[in-house]
Structure formats: structure tokens, C-alpha cells
Design a protein around this ligand. Sequence first.
Ligand SMILES: [Zn+2]
Length: 394
Amino acid sequence: MPGRSFRIARIAGIPVGISPWWLIIVALITWSLGDGYFPSVVNNISPALSYTLGFVSALLLFLSILLHEFGHAIVARHHGIEVEEIDLWLLGGVSKMHDEAHDPDDELRYALAGPGVTAIIAIVFGAISLALPASTSSVVRALVDYQLLVNVLILGFNLLPAFPLDGGRVLRSLLWRHNRDLERSTATAASVGRGFGYAMIAIGVLSLFSGYAGGLWLAVIGVFIVVAAGAQAVSAQVQARFAGVPARELMSTPVVSIPLDVSLERAGSDYFLSYRYTAFPVIDVSGHFTGVLALHRLEQVPPYQRATRTVADVADRDPSLAIGEEEDVAALLSRPAFGRVGRAVVVDASGSPVGLLSITDIERVLRAASLSRGSGANGRGAMSPRGPSKVSSG
Ligand SMILES: [Zn+2]
């Protein structure tokens, strides 16, 4: 949904990225605080100081959200769920996990970890605010009070039972614990989330018409929740459908791999042109998987550079693009790298490529399955991307 984010740091082994949207948000916060909040609470403040304080406040808010996400990430990692990346974007942060929680208690702990951190931050700023002596300058007081207010807002907002917000995850984990059915719990939590989203849009639009500009924010957040809840519900269905399906059942074979040291010119002529595939596994000298080379990556390199640059320079070399033959396709679906590249390489026990598995292969199965629906089928079991659909019901 938001544009591609760019990485700004790596903290505790977890890459942190920000969406270009965040820069706009920082600018908006700086402007609204510098223009409105600080002049209204600090007498005779100069515009330069006011905007500087606005900018500092925006950065502190950024830090609060980052700490909130690290709360989630560290608890997830503690429970064996690898965290791919923390992304800061339009309305806060998102921790991209390699996988969903494995049981409802883990999900509950993971969901509460972020709000827990935010609660601690709010308490710290509350304590500072109370402890400030009467002689404290109004500038410092305004800074501290704003952080207190904004962290209380983040806490309250995230605890709304509107999936995929943290409160919605709490709701899902409680339902899941009760009925032991992740898919159904996700669907219920997503419906509640969508309900909240639509309510926010309605209230936001109504207050916008009655002259309250803040209503726009509420409506935007509502749209975000409606879209995100819908996407989560769909992805939970897809995940459930592919649970227990080994990668070898969906992969395309035979596979042709490109060695790392081949020039891009030769990769173009001897591979892309000869075989007409849109991507190839990339292998090292011993024939082991090291990455994926997609046609568009090759096309991004100017033709005059292709003779001197090699496959190693442009291939996507994310280890999570490899999946074992017997591994679950469902596990692949939650990997951000797979979403980005659109393909994964199926490898044997020694790490050599034996097939390619693309998002298109998966979509084909889903579309074939939707043709055979209507019998109440939510079929799992044997599926093949080639030949007639073997999706069975029940
Ligand atoms: Zn959170």
C-alpha cells in the first residue's frame, strides 16, 4: 500500500526502514506544532524556536513509535518468530515478521508488547511532567506535555479492537484461544476491524463537514483500517489454504540456474533469450542457491554496462528466497522477500535449486480452486499448478 521504504539503520540486528510518507508526516507534524501548538502554550515564542521544537517533537514521536515496534519485535523474536524489518510509515510502524505467531498465547504477548512499551514511555513523560519544578521554562514543559499526550493517544489508538491494530490482535488471540481456529478468529477480528474502520470514516467525514479539520485524519485512519483488515482476512484465507502443501507440489521444473560469475550480457543472451523465463535461480561455484535474478533487474542495468557487470552484482541475494522441497508453501507467503521478488527457489537438502515457485503459480492454484468452489469446499490437499486442479473438498 505505501511506497517502498528505504533502510535507515540496523538496530539489534533488525533493519529499520522508513517510508517516504514518513517524511511528509514529519513535515506536517513540524508545521502543525510550530504553527499552532507551541505558539499557543509558550508566550512570545519566536517562529524559529517554535518550528525547531515542532521538529524535535516529531523526531521524539518517531523514536516512541520505533520503541513501540521494538517491543513487538523483541517479544516475537523471543518466541522464535524472525523479524524481517521494522517499517515506519504513514501512521506509525509495522514489524514485518517471517511468520505468524504459532499459538494464541504467543500472539497475545506479541500484541501487548508494543502497547506495553508505549505505556512505559507515557508513564515516564507523565512522571517527568509531575516532577518538573514550577520554575521550569514553559518551552520544556510544552515539549514534555506533548510527548505525554501523543503517547497516550498512540496507546489508546493501538488498543482499539480494530484488527490489524494491536487491540485487534489481542481480540484475535482471545478468540483463537477459545475456538482454536486461527482462520475463523482472523475473519471475525477483521470484520470487527472493518466495522471500526467504517465508523471512523463516518465520524471523520461528519466532523469534517461540521468544520473540524481533524476529522480528515480520523477518516484516513478509518480507510487504512478497512483496507488493512480486508487484506489480512484474505491473506489468512490464503495461508490456511496452503498450509500443509509442500513447495515441491507447486514448483515449476526443470530449473535452469545461472552461475554468479556470468556477465549480464551472457545472462541476457544465453539464459533469458534462450529459455524465455522471466527469472532464474543464481548458484555459486558448488551449485548451491545464492539468489534470484529477475529480468527486470537485468533491464535496469544500462546496456553498455552489461558486458562488465556480473550476475552477482544485481541478483537478489536474500536467503529467505530459498525454500526446502518439503517446506510449507504457507510459510513462504508470509516472507516479505517473496512478496517483493515474486519468486522463490525450491532447493534440495544440499541447497541446490530443484525448481522455481512464483506468486503466479500460487495465484493459478487459487483461481483454479475458485472454479471448483460452490460445493462448500475449502479444499486443501494435493494441488498442482499444471494440469487440472486437484483441489479436494473437506
Ligand atoms: Zn503495535
